[in-house]
Structures are given as C-alpha cells and as structure tokens.
Design a protein around this ligand. Structure first.
Ligand SMILES: Cc1cc2nc3c(=O)[nH]c(=O)nc-3n(C[C@H](O)[C@H](O)[C@H](O)COP(=O)(O)O)c2cc1C
Length: 359
C-alpha cells in the first residue's frame, strides 16, 4: 500500500506514539475472554491488547503476563480493578514485569494512577461520561478510553457518537473511542471526531484467536441482539439476549439474592479467596457508590455467570456480555486479518474523504 512505512505502519496517531504499537486499534480487557492467547495475537498483529485481570487471581495474572512475554516483544497492557483488595500487589507485579500499559475496569483510584505513572507505565482509564474523563485526566491519566452506550459489558446510556466529541473537546490527552466499532470506516470516523484510535471488545471476542468455546461464539453470531440488564450485578450491563437473561429480568428480589449467594460461594471456591477477602472487596466496591448491600451481593453473580459461558461453554447457564455491534458481525477472522483489514479500510475511507474536497 502506498504511504505505508517500512514496518507496516499505516496510521500514525497520538495512541501509536504514546504506547509504541503499530496500529491505533485496541483490544479491551474482557473478563474470562482476554487471556494470553488473544492478547498475544493482537500484539503480534500490531494492536494493543489488554489482559483482563478482574477474573484472575494474582498468581494467574503473573502466569498470564509471562505467557504473553514469552510469545511477543510487542507492547501489551493489563486491565485492573481499582477496588480489588490486592490492587497494590497487582501494580507491584506490573512494575516488576515491565508491563507497558494499564487500564481500569470501572472507576480508577488516584493513588493507583500515581504509582503506575511513577513507574513509567502508561495509564488509560475507561470512562462513560465527560466529567469522569476530566477527573481522571486531572489525576494524571495519559489517555482515556471512552465507551458509548452501545458497548458491551458495563455501559452507560449515551451513544458513542455523542459522548466521543464531548470528551475530545473536554480533555487534552489522547482519547480512544469504544462502543460499536468493527471496521475501517469506524476507525476513520473516530479519527475524524478527533479520537486517537478505536477499542473493541465484542469484535475481538468473535475472532478465531479468542479462547471462547466455538459453540458460544455461534450463539453470539446467531443471536445478534443485546439487552441492558441490572439483574446481573446491580449495574447496567449490556449482554446478549438469552432465555437466562429474560428469566433474570423476570425473577423477584428473593430469587435474585439466593442466586447471588450461591454464585458468591462458587466464586470463592474457584478464586481461592476467603469470605473475609470477598467481603473486603465488596466493601471497597460499595465505597463511594450508591449501591445497596443487596446490589453488592448481586455483584458476586457476575464472575460465575460470565465464566459459565466464556470458559465452560454453557450459554444456557451463563451470561454473555456483548455490544450491539454483535448484530453486524457474521464472521470469525483471526486478529491479523481483522486488524489489517480495519487499518486498510480506514486508510481507504480517509483517502475517499479527501477526494471530496473542492480545491
Ligand atoms: C465479554 C465481555 C467482557 C467484558 N469485561 C470487561 C472487563 O473485565 N473490564 C473492562 O474494563 N471492560 C470489560 N468489558 C467492556 C469492554 O472492555 C469494552 O469496553 C466494550 O466491549 C466495548 O464495546 P464493543 O463491545 O462495542 O466493542 C467487557 C465486554 C465484553 C463484551
């Protein structure tokens, strides 16, 4: 392709410069989904992949970081939960292992951002509102990832097309656009809004490099429809529409609490955490937020319900987080094909727009 530099870079943006990746395409941290296999494939394809650590123990995270480092020299990141009881130990690990970039699931904490930055790690929190973007940039964030309401997982109500320009205008750091992206036109549009790149969750889940069981990927491709429910963990969560989600939406308070307790007990066994640590995590999650204890307890649902589908291959028993973009996806490319196609498509779209200019 003309205009391509010798290392295959096509687009030079503040994101590629900040993180050292070749292409301004980010694979976000997705619990149970974004493990070493997916992150390595993204890194080797020139994108920026994030390991999802919210569903890993500290030891598992250490092993996952080593696994990626053994297979690529390219930069990659780790998605952290600021309210995890062992968040400081996880940051020590990132510093020790020389991980290049950190992102946060949900709200970050100021002191965690400072520690990461002092160690030279690039910090990119996710935000769903302009005032959150202003706050984290005030705390020293190097860039922000803005997720519009069409995005998968925990999500807000404002669409990417409205949130993105607001945030671009409000902050003076690179902004990465997320929520609804899947192709080169989307990347070109995000750049036109003033973003430095795009981030995608659902599109990367639906690649041949993701470890999600094939039967579950098929359910995503066949269903193509999402709903936002608060019945999983008390927060608005965009998920694939399924019989289980319809049942959760229809179930009463007592049934929901009983299920939360059962799943909390299963997660405790799986994660090796004690009740004391889980309660400490719950208290941290509740701190500063308007969550009832019942909602905190419901949050214990999330890891188990996501794992049932994403790892155990049981879409009938699990909840499948998904963006609305699932409705326009009908294939399972590998990450190199996907990222290469998106970058080439964006370059084409930008060239086509330039041809519209009347000189
Ligand atoms: C299966 C799944 C799991 C997710 N888990 C996390 C997570 O652990 N941490 C996080 O910050 N975001 C998580 N998200 C949100 C994504 O990181 C991303 O912001 C979102 O998928 C972007 O929208 P898109 O799906 O339209 O690309 C998840 C999304 C999905 C689809």
């Amino acid at each position: 392709m003309t205009g391509t530099s010798t290392d295959g870079q096509v687009l030079d943006t503040p994101l590629t410069r900040l993180t050292g990746v070749r292409h301004p395409v980010v694979q976000t941290g997705m619990g149970w989904v974004a493990g070493p296999r997916l992150v390595t494939a993204v890194a080797n394809a020139g994108g920026l992949g994030f390991l999802a650590s919210a569903t890993m123990t500290l030891d598992q995270l250490g092993r996952a970081v080593h696994a990626v480092k053994e297979r690529t020299d390219a930069p990659f990141g780790v998605n952290l939960r600021a309210d995890a009881g062992d968040a400081d130990d996880r940051i020590d690990l990132l510093i020790r292992e020389d991980v290049r970039v950190a992102s946060f699931a949900l709200a970050p904490r100021r002191e965690l951002i400072s520690r990461l930055k002092d160690a030279g790690i690039v910090v990119i929190p996710s935000v769903g509102a302009r005032r959150h973007a202003e706050k984290v940039v005030g705390w020293g964030a190097d860039a922000v990832l803005v997720q519009g309401g069409e995005g998968g997982g925990h999500t807000g109500a404002v669409a990417t097309t409205l949130l993105l320009p607001q945030v671009v205008d409000a902050v003076d750091v690179p902004v990465i656009a997320a929520g609804g992206f899947f192709d080169g036109r989307g990347l070109a549009a995000a750049l036109a809004y003033g973003a430095a790149g795009v981030a995608m969750g659902t599109r990367f889940l639906l690649t041949s490099d993701s470890s999600v069981p094939d039967a579950v990927k098929r359910v995503y491709l066949e269903t193509g429809e999402t709903v936002v429910t608060r019945r999983v963990d008390g927060m608005p969560h965009r998920v694939l529409r399924s019989g289980l989600v319809d049942a959760l939406e229809g179930s009463g308070r007592v049934g929901g609490l009983m299920r939360a307790l059962r799943n909390g007990a299963r997660f405790k066994n799986l994660s090796g955490m004690s009740w004391r640590e889980m309660i400490a995590d719950g208290r941290a999650m509740k701190h500063g937020k308007d969550l009832s204890w019942a909602q905190v307890l419901m949050a214990a649902n999330t890891p188990m319900l996501l794992k049932a589908a994403m790892v155990d291959g049981r879409p009938d028993l699990g909840v499948m987080a998904s963006g609305q973009v699932v409705g326009v996806i009908d294939d399972l490319p590998d990450c190199a094909q996907l990222i290469g196609g998106i970058v080439a498509g964006a370059a084409e779209a930008i060239a086509a727009q330039q041809s519209l200019l009347v000189r």
